[in-house]
Each structure stands twice: as structure tokens, then as C-alpha cells.
Design a protein around this ligand. Structure first.
Ligand code: AVJ
Length: 321
């Protein structure tokens, strides 16, 4: 994505080229950023409340326990949240910040402008002592727009780091490290490797909310690129690839179809059973996350997990800090 995926901005040549490249691979792909229009952001909110979807409540529990310690270790003046969504988790940090002190500003970056505006206006009401700023953007391309400056705790929660492929993840860490000052820190939420049944259940709920979320990516592509995907003609598929340690979500064509995507000057001929990859969600161990951060120029200064080791928060610093 060139600059942002703002719903109201026309896709740039760069964004079109990227999607075209993704859709013409031998296994066609739609990048996960296209899940998050207003409906998709709302469906993800619903996912976070599902019984099978343990990551959100587990991460909230860890944050509630450790926010104070983390803020005391970093002593930031500024909080920056990447992929803030509905803006609920940042409140845990803001509450702890009131006790620890030293807080000044909070910047939130999200691809969804509606969710960003709504959450920022609520935060301004509830936390009048802080200055809030919203940036509509994509954490894979828009980090430089956040500026630099020290005294910052950058938070990247929910396990969204897992949506990046391993090489993209290292590039992300390198880019963050480059933009960070030695006094800055990065708090990353990571979903942990665990038994396959538990992982797969989290991505295939009986209510079908995840299936609806998955299919919604096609609606977003239809609207944004003038395509004519028939979302109902695709089945939801989610499986754990243990060798790569990632959950993969796909859409499976239930019949033969021809799809036109005028804005990309592209036609896709899909056989019955053809698959489109819509998301990978990498799962980590302490060692694998540490190795990946290190390769990007960051070191782990603390690791916080729940009693069942389902999810973790890693506090990362520049390796010269
Ligand atoms: C928001 C990227 C962390 O990978 O678990 C939820 C998205 N996909 N169910 C995840 C998602 C399917 C979620 N992240």
C-alpha cells in the first residue's frame, strides 16, 4: 500500500500494483489490510468476544497485570499505538500512566478512519489530561509519518505482528529500530505456539463470525477496485501450518468462476476448489520472537506471559540502548 488505505482515497498506482502482484501469484493473495473497512473492523471486534478466540482476553489480562511495570521501566512521555482498532486496550496503559505519571501525548495509527475518530473522541473525553492524535495509515508503510523524537513507548498489540511474513517482520523491526531513539521502546503482543486444535478453533468459530470476516475482504476488493467477486461462492478455510508456525486463512471457490477486476486490469479464472490466501498469523515462542527482533536490531528487555502461556507481551529496545 503506497500511503494509506483510507476508504475514501482512490487507490494509488502503487497500491494497485501491489494488489495485482499478490493476486497473480500461483497461490493468489489478498493482504489482510483489506479486512478492515467499517464492517470488517466491526466483525473483528465481534471475534475478540468469541469464546474460542483467546488472544484478546489473554492479552488484556497480561496488560492489566503488567502495564505499571512496563511504564515504570520505560518512563515514556509519549505513547504510540499501531493498529489501534476500537481503542480499548490503550486505556489499560493510560490508566496505569495516571499512576506512574509523566504522560503527555498519545498517537494512534489505524487503517480505519471511522474507528480511529470514534475511539479518539471517546479517549479525549475520558482522559482530558493527554493530547491525542490520530493517523490513518498502515503500519507496514506509514511508520515514517509518525515522526521521531525519543521518550516514546510504541505499542503493537493483538498479535498483529503475526500478519507479517518472516522477512517482512524483520524489515518492520529494522524500520522501527531506525525510527527509534535509544530511550524509546516497543511493546509487541504475540500469540504463542500451542496445540493445533486450540489454534485452529480460534480461527474457525461455530458462529461463523470469522468466516464472515474472511469473506468481507472480497467485498472490500469489489468496492475499492470495481471487482465482481461473489463472496457467497467462497468457503472459509483456516489451518495451522506447524512447519511455518502460522495460521493461514484462505477462501475456497465453491464453483468455477471468472472474476473481473477493472482497476487492476485483471481477470482471474478460478476453478472450483481454487484458493485465495487472505491472512497468515504467525505464532511465536520466546526464542523465535527474540531471534526475529535481534535480526532487526532490537533486543528483548522483558517478556510477560499468562499462566497458560497462550500469549505474550515482549518489550523490545534498540540493541544500542
Ligand atoms: C488482528 C491480526 C491479530 O491474526 O488473530 C482474527 C486477525 N484473523 N481472526 C489474528 C484475525 C482471524 C487477528 N489479528
Amino acid at each position: 500500500m503506497s500511503s494509506t488505505f483510507a476508504e475514501d482515497a482512490y487507490p494509488s498506482p502503487d497500491e494497485r500494483a501491489r494488489l495485482r502482484e499478490s493476486l497473480t501469484r500461483s497461490l493468489p493473495e489478498i493482504p489482510p489490510v483489506y479486512f478492515y473497512d467499517d464492517l470488517g473492523s466491526e466483525l473483528f471486534e465481534q471475534i475478540t468476544h468469541l469464546g474460542v478466540y483467546y488472544p484478546t482476553r489473554t492479552e488484556v489480562g497480561i496488560l492489566e497485570q503488567r502495564a505499571g511495570d512496563i511504564l515504570r521501566a520505560v518512563r515514556p512521555r509519549r505513547l504510540v499505538e499501531l493498529g489501534s482498532g476500537a481503542g480499548r486496550k490503550i486505556r489499560i496503559l493510560l490508566d496505569a500512566w495516571r499512576w506512574v505519571g509523566g504522560g503527555e501525548t498519545c498517537t494512534m495509527l489505524d487503517v480505519n478512519g471511522l474507528f480511529l475518530e470514534t475511539s479518539i473522541s471517546r479517549l479525549r473525553t475520558d482522559y482530558p489530561e493527554y493530547t491525542f492524535r490520530g493517523v490513518i495509515g498502515d503500519f507496514t508503510t506509514d511508520l515514517p509519518r509518525l515522526g521521531r523524537g525519543g521518550g516514546r513507548l510504541v505499542v503493537f498489540l493483538a498479535g498483529t505482528i503475526g500478519n507479517l511474513y518472516p522477512d517482512e517482520r524483520r524489515a518492520f523491526f529494522r524500520e522501527i529500530a531506525r525510527l527509534m531513539e535509544p530511550s524509546d521502546a516497543l511493546l509487541v503482543g504475540a500469540d504463542l505456539v500451542k496445540d493445533t486444535a486450540r489454534l485452529e478453533a480460534a480461527y474457525d468459530d461455530p458462529e461463523g463470525v470469522t468466516a464472515a470476516f474472511n469473506r468481507n475482504a472480497l467485498r472490500v476488493i469489489n468496492r475499492r477496485f470495481g471487482a465482481n467477486f461473489a463472496p457467497d461462492a467462497f468457503a472459509h478455510r483456516a489451518f495451522y501450518d506447524a512447519a511455518r508456525a502460522w495460521i493461514e486463512m484462505r477462501l475456497v471457490a465453491t464453483r468455477r468462476m471468472r472474476v473481473q477486476i477493472p482497476a487492476l486490469d485483471l481477470r482471474l479464472d478460478l476453478e472450483r476448489g481454487a484458493e485465495i490466501r487472505t491472512e497468515v498469523s504467525c505464532k511465536f515462542t520466546r526464542d523465535s520472537l527474540q531471534a526475529s527482533a535481534r535480526a532487526g536490531g532490537l533486543v528483548m528487555s522483558s517478556w510477560h506471559t499468562d499462566p497458560d502461556q497462550l500469549f505474550a507481551l515482549a518489550l523490545l529496545r534498540r540493541n544500542d540502548a
